[in-house]
Design a binder for this molecule. Structure first.
Ligand SMILES: *Cc1c(COP(=O)(O)O)cnc(C)c1O
Length: 368
């Protein structure tokens, strides 16, 4: 079976984890600080604050931005549920701007009609590893006087213009097991706003500045040195790992681009896609539906994934939620039935890629 995900950590991590175990310092300590410096340097920001996972990173960032009841946050309906759960956990109201059909990313032009005096944060999601078009989004935020929180959970090392994803205002990353960089569970908030980073650090540690001096109501959002040791060697190699994903994507593009009704991932000029997922879209011209193709590939030993089968607002728990505005997003609803992710991870061999291309082409009755 060719799996849709592969969790393999560089061998250097083993040494590092062992040294943490032997140091007797297992909780947040020097390795977490090292991971924070490495991520800040990679992303090109002043501050990176490690937290226990990507969801908590979003919650902490929103809390540090003082987002709460009465405030609105505009995001994509086509995202992992954590994006929406975090806004609700902060007590704010969720608004959905529709996505673009071609790249499945938040449509910056759909933000305008949702803006009002309650809008506090724009929350773009760099879905599948490609950044949202940040320049126009930043100018909307600037002219409306709201902040921008990038959900870069899937976009370690991605770029947008001459900047890295995660460097525009405030951003969050996830180091969950299947993400491009993993610590098992883990997350990070990045920003060059020193005061904001300071608030995230306080929130992370019970609101405590120094021992038993509490400055705000906080929580325990900490990461451990054991986890940081797993992540450090991956941050060092993040561009190399992304290059392998990109090379795999190119092989898939070459093998699939001529199939009618199949759209390979769009890669925008000036935005380096790091291929957390390689997601094809099937339209009505395709000979099989998305689900039929997935079943055929599965029968050939090729794992696939659907990210995501429904828009978040479509589930009862969100559709009926008093803090989720039912903004219509017809493109996202349509696209959710069309997308299929194929394996693209760095551990794929050339013959795996060949098998994937052959498997997809077979559904079109075409040889390689
Ligand atoms: C994974 C993910 C998260 C949440 O990260 P966790 O570390 O799993 O809590 C948030 N947003 C997006 C888009 C994700 O893919």
């Amino acid at each position: 079976m060719i799996s849709i995900t592969d969790v393999s950590v560089p061998a250097e991590a083993e040494e590092l984890v062992l040294s943490v175990l032997r140091s007797g310092h297992l909780a947040q300590g020097p390795r977490v600080a090292e991971l924070e410096r490495a991520v800040a340097e990679l992303v090109g920001v002043e501050e990176a604050v490690a937290v226990s996972n990507g969801t908590v990173a979003l919650i902490a960032a929103l809390q540090a931005l003082d987002v709460g009841p009465g405030d609105e946050v505009i995001t994509s309906p086509f995202t992992f549920v954590a994006t929406v759960n975090a806004v609700l956990a902060a007590g704010a109201t969720v608004r959905f701007a529709d996505i673009r059909r071609d790249d499945q990313l938040l449509d910056v032009e759909a933000i305008g009609p949702l803006l009002n005096e309650r809008t506090k944060v724009l929350l773009p999601v760099h879905l599948y590893g490609q950044a949202v078009d940040m320049a126009p989004l930043m100018s909307i935020a600037a002219s409306h006087g709201c902040r921008v929180l990038e959900d870069a959970a899937q976009a370690h090392g991605a770029t947008c213009g001459d900047q890295r994803a995660g460097s525009f205002d405030v951003a969050t990353f996830s180091f969950y097991a299947t993400k491009n960089v993993t610590t098992g569970e883990g997350g990070m908030v990045t920003t060059s706003d020193g005061e904001l980073a300071d608030r995230v650090r306080l929130l992370r540690n019970q609101g405590m500045r120094e021992r038993y001096r509490y400055e705000m109501v906080g929580y325990n959002y900490r990461l451990t040195d054991l986890q940081a040791a797993v992540g450090l060697p991956q941050i060092a190699h993040v561009d190399e790992l992304a290059a392998r994903r990109r090379a795999n994507a190119e092989v898939l593009d070459d093998g699939l681009a001529d199939l009618p009704g199949l759209h390979v991932p769009v890669q925008h000029e000036g935005r380096r896609h790091v291929f957390h997922q390689y997601t094809i879209r099937l339209d009505d011209e395709a000979p099989a539906s998305r689900d039929e193709l997935a079943a055929q590939l599965n029968a050939r030993g090729i794992g696939t994934g659907v990210y995501y089968p429904r828009v978040v607002g479509d589930y009862d728990c969100f559709a009926g939620h008093p803090s989720v505005v039912p903004d219509p997003t017809p493109t996202a609803v349509e696209v959710a039935a069309q997308v299929l992710s194929l394996p693209v991870h760095p551990s794929l061999s050339p013959s795996d890629l060949q098998t994937i291309v052959e498997g997809v082409r077979a559904a079109w009755g075409r040889a390689v």
